[in-house]
Design a protein around this ligand. Structure first.
Ligand SMILES: [Zn+2]
Length: 86
């Protein structure tokens, strides 16, 4: 396999719909800006760490893209009632 071919088939491109998490710092920053530094579940200030939560759950076919994401406290995200986070 040539190096070029390997590059083209790498599964870590941003356009891949299968990705599970927001990985780029830029996207996380945008998400944080959109949120106004407030948790989108409890509406208290987020602080330093936040989760990129799927609005429509990944398990239900929700995509990992900014329109389907919101910034939340990790705890709020976990408390949301589903066993699988996301
Ligand atoms: Zn919260």
């Amino acid at each position: 396999m040539s190096l070029l071919h390997w590059r083209e088939t790498r599964p870590d491109k941003d356009t891949m719909p299968e990705r599970r998490f927001l990985r780029s710092r830029q996207e996380r920053l945008l998400l944080w800006l959109f949120s106004g530094d407030l948790c989108q579940i409890c509406h208290l200030p987020l602080g330093r760490t936040f989760d990129a939560d799927h609005i429509r759950r990944y398990a239900d076919g929700g995509q990992t893209c900014l329109p389907n994401m919101r910034a939340t406290h990790p705890e709020c995200n976990q408390k949301r009632g589903s066993n699988t986070s996301g």
